[in-house]
Structure formats: structure tokens, C-alpha cells
Ligand binder design. Structure first.
Ligand code: NDP
Length: 467
């Protein structure tokens, strides 16, 4: 089987994750989500995971069992769907579909990335927007939750084609966003190149240099140092905190990282800096194992600079590395696993293989990469497990720092911004740990993240009235 099974492990129209019994108010909210959002399995999965954690919260604090909170928090404030027509280099016309789900603005302007990938449909964007709402709350910064994207596939497209697509998309999106309204950024398939084209078109249409409307901008024109590195670095900072609770560190550890995009590359960089050996990484076609440790410069040249395939890495590295087309990267024995590719890429069988090989910690760089069964397996085996909404929050947190710099017409040094990122990740870890301990489940970061994020957003919603 291929590394990333896209939506295969939780089929779009297929079976739902097994449920633990929910408090009647939570069950009622979940039933409403199921009936209103038919066929959106990833969204159902994300909602169920949060509601499951809230059982003890609604028992202790009945005010949260109110439909006015539970149903509203699961229903996006606004969902925008539009067509994106564009022409390729040969003059052929293509029509893609794009989405922006403005999920929750209780804490600040909607904030969350844009994803360009053929698997994108409304259910994926809703799950990401829902997760984003709690993740953003966990950062402690004033940002609401949103997400967007398109089923456009940038693979194999020329720069000109990507530019025309981005310009066409922004020609509709511009009317919905703004630095006080909704601030998109990158995600899968959307990096510095795409943000540049999107920003240029926004500026042209509005005739305003509104730096704070998008984050992930280039350093020379409003971007923040550390934003590119932030998700991967932040993931490793969170991991350090988590290992620290067991008096363990990354030094000398064998690490496996899935993916080879923005998050994966910077997680590899930081893990290596802290003394770990990263043995394997992947793309959607397969994975490489490098017994001497991944050569980051070579990986960057192939995957970042040339937008190539990871198979080339093994070909160029020679006898030390092997390429495995398809297959599961989680069969590579390691002590630390960092899934950094996409949702549902690590199944129960993968978790069993990792536990068998002696994994001690799993931290999610991607959003929802572990299936619910895999998470349960890690937790019952005593493996430290960090959910994406906490562990990968460094990306959006540094986007918020970019917005701060834009608002102050300022730009901060790399070291200062990295220090802020580090402090934020320590605080995210503390919030999760404290909430988990408060509800009698010390070390259950999934529960802690869901509870802390929920309470913060729900309290703000209640204070702002029924809107
Ligand atoms: P990139 O596009 O830079 O890289 C994605 C990587 O994952 C690539 O190696 C890609 O392989 C692989 N991949 C993506 N989707 C699939 C799929 N459906 N099947 C197989 N392989 C896939 O994205 P990012 O690194 O930015 O994002 C990775 C994850 O991290 C996502 O879940 C994203 O939501 C999450 N995230 C990203 C943040 C950011 O700041 N960028 C912030 C927080 C979370 P290939 O090269 O073959 O396409």
C-alpha cells in the first residue's frame, strides 16, 4: 500500500470511527453534524474526536452542555464555494472548485491555510477549519479558525499555470478576506510561490498594500523570519517538552518522518540539530531509508528546489539508502515517529508495527495523520502521543507573529522570532498538560488539547451572545 492513503483508511462515504459513549448533549450535537454533513467522513472524525474528550467537561460544567454552544461550535459561521476557471500553457480551459470555510471568529479574524490537492472537497476543508479553531485557541493568540483550498493539482504544472490559477482563485476570494476578516496562509501544495501570486493579485484588485491579509509572504515583502521553518521547528519544540516529562531527550534517538514537504523538512532539520538520526522520509509515491541518516541538503535540492520525487534521493545517495515504492514508512523501526504528510496516513496496523519496534513518542506534524484506532493503540501502550492541533500549532502561531509585525510596520530578527515560537510551544504544551491533569488524565495530550481549546473558544462565544 502507498505511504499515504489519502482518504482511504476512513473512506469518504464509508464507516465511521468506533465511538465511545457520549454524554447525551454531545451525542445530540454529533448526530446533528452527521445529518447535516452527509458523506464528510474526515469532518465527522475530527468532531467526534473533540466531543469524546468533552464528556468530563460537560459533566462538571453543565453550561457547556447547551445546544447553543455545542451545535454552534460544530457549524461553520460561513462556507464559500466557487469555481476557478484558468487556462493551461496549451490554451486548454480547466475549471476547478475552491472553498473557504470561515469556521469561528470568537477569538479573532478567521485564520488558516489554503490547500491545493486533488483530494480536496468540502469535508476536508471543514475538518481542517474545525481543528484550526481549537489549535489557534491553544496558541493563546487572538486568531479565529478558518481553512480553504482547491482540488487543483499543482504537480507538474508550470509556474505560469500556477500563477494563472492563483490569480483566478484570488479574483473571487479577495472579497471574502482582509486583515481584520480572514487571513489565509499556506498548507499542502501552497508555499511561498503561491502566496506570492495570491498576494500580487489581491493587491492589484484592491489597490491596497494590505500586508496582513495573507501570511507566509516572502521575507523581502512583509513575510516573517522563521515562518517557513515554524511548523516543523515548533513540532520538535513540543516533542522536547513531552519527552522532558519523562526525563528523556532527542539526542541519539532514531526518528522517522513521513512526507518531505515544508513541515517534514524543517522537523528533520531541527531533530538533527538536537542530535537525532532521521532514518526515513517519504512522498506520496514511496519512502527512502538512509542508514547513515537523511542528507538534508540533498533532500532539499530534490524536493524543495526541484519539486522532484523522493525516488531520486536513493538513486543519488547510492548504497547507503534504499527506496521503497508504496509500502508503509511506519515499518521502519524507530523510537520517535513524526507523521508530517497528510490525514489518516498512520493506521492501527502502522501503530502496532511502531509499538512492536519500540517507539516511545509520536508527534503529529500533519493534521489528523493518525486514525482514531492508531491513537488509542498508542495511548494504551503508554506511548507519548501529541495531537496535531497542539504539536503543529507553531506554524499558525508564527503567522500571527507575522501579522503583528505587519501591523507594527516592523520586522523581527530570526533569533527573536524563534525564541517567541519556542515560548509559545512551551505554553501550548503546558495548556494541554494542565487540562489533561485537571480532568484526571495526566499525559493525555489529545484530551488536554481538545478541552483547553474548547473551553477558551466556548467562553468567548458565550460572552459574545447568540450570534
Ligand atoms: P507540503 O505540500 O509542503 O508537503 C506535503 C508532503 O506530504 C509531501 O511530501 C507530499 O508528497 C505528501 N503528501 C501530501 N498529501 C498527500 C497525499 N494525499 N498522499 C500522499 N502524500 C501526500 O505540505 P506541508 O508540509 O505544508 O503540510 C503537511 C501537513 O502538515 C498537512 O497535513 C498540513 O495540513 C499540515 N500543516 C502544515 C502547516 C504549514 O505551516 N505548512 C501548519 C500546520 C499543519 P508529494 O511531494 O508526493 O506531494
Amino acid at each position: 500500500m502507498m505511504l499515504v492513503r489519502g482518504s482511504e483508511p476512513v473512506p469518504k462515504h464509508g464507516k465511521l470511527p468506533p465511538m465511545t459513549e457520549l454524554h447525551p448533549a454531545l451525542q445530540s450535537a454529533y448526530d446533528t453534524v452527521l445529518s447535516r454533513n452527509g458523506g464528510e467522513a474526515e469532518f465527522h472524525q475530527a468532531v467526534h474526536e473533540v466531543l469524546e474528550s468533552l464528556n468530563p467537561v460537560v459533566r462538571r460544567h453543565p453550561q457547556y452542555a447547551d445546544r447553543a454552544i455545542l451545535e454552534r461550535i460544530c457549524e461553520p459561521e460561513r462556507q464559500i464555494i466557487f469555481r476557478v476557471p484558468w487556462s493551461d500553457d496549451r490554451g486548454r480551459i480547466h475549471i476547478n472548485r475552491a472553498f473557504r470555510v470561515e469556521f469561528n471568529s470568537a477569538l479573532g479574524p478567521y485564520k488558516g491555510g489554503l490547500r491545493f490537492h486533488p483530494s480536496v472537497y468540502l469535508g476536508i476543508i471543514k475538518f481542517l477549519g474545525f481543528e484550526q479553531t481549537f489549535k489557534n485557541a491553544l496558541t493563546g493568540l487572538p486568531i479565529g479558525g478558518g481553512k480553504g483550498g482547491s482540488d487543483f493539482d499543482p504537480k507538474g504544472r508550470s509556474d505560469g499555470e500556477v500563477m494563472r490559477f492563483c490569480q483566478s482563485l484570488m479574483t473571487e476570494l479577495y472579497r471574502h478576506i482582509g486583515e481584520y476578516t480572514d487571513v489565509p496562509a499556506g498548507d499542502i501544495g501552497v508555499g511561498g510561490r503561491e502566496i506570492g501570486y495570491l498576494f500580487g493579485q489581491y493587491k492589484r484588485i484592491t489597490n491596497r498594500y494590505e500586508s496582513g491579509v495573507l501570511t507566509g509572504k516572502g521575507i523581502g515583502w512583509g513575510g516573517s523570519l522563521v515562518r517557513t521553518e515554524a511548523t516543523g521547528y515548533g513540532l520538535v519544540y513540543f516533542l522536547q517538552q513531552m519527552l522532558g516529562t519523562k526525563k528523556a531527550s532527542l539526542d541519539g534517538r532514531r526518528v522517522v518522518v513521513s512526507g518531505s514537504g515544508n513541515v517534514a523538512v524543517h522537523a528533520i532539520e531541527k531533530a538533527q540539530e538536537l542530535g537525532a538520526t532521521v532514518l526515513a522520509c517519504s512522498d506520496s509515491a514511496g519512502y527512502v531509508v538512509d542508514h547513515k541518516g537523511i542528507d538534508l541538503a540533498l533532500l532539499r535540492e530534490i524536493k524543495v528546489a526541484k519539486r522532484g520525487r523522493i525516488a531520486e534521493y536513493a538513486a543519488r545517495r547510492g548504497a547507503d539508502a534504499e527506496y521503497v515504492p508504496g509500502g508503509s514508512i511506519w515499518n521502519v523501526p524507530c523510537e520517535v515517529a513524526l507523521p508530517c504528510a497528510t490525514q489518516n496516513e498512520l493506521t492501527e496496523a502502522d501503530a502496532a508495527a511502531l509499538i512492536q519496534s519500540g517507539v516511545i513518542a509520536v508527534a503529529e506534524g500533519a493534521n489528523m495523520p493518525c486514525t482514531p484506532d492508531a491513537i488509542r493503540a498508542f495511548q494504551s501502550a503508554g506511548v507519548l502521543y501529541a495531537p496535531g492541533k497542539a504539536a503543529n500549532a507553531g506554524g499558525v502561531a508564527t503567522s500571527a507573529l507575522e501579522m503583528q509585525q505587519n501591523a507594527g510596520r516592523d520586522s523581527w530578527s530570526f533569533d527573536y522570532t524563534d525564541k517567541r515560537l519556542g515560548e509559545i510551544m512551551v505554553a501550548v504544551h503546558e495548556r494541554c498538560a494542565a487540562a489533561a491533569a485537571d480532568y484526571g488524565q495526566p499525559g493525555n495530550y489529545a484530551m488536554g488539547a481538545n478541552i483547553s481549546g474548547f473551553v477558551h473558544v466556548a467562553d468567548a462565544m458565550m460572552a459574545q451572545g447568540l450570534i
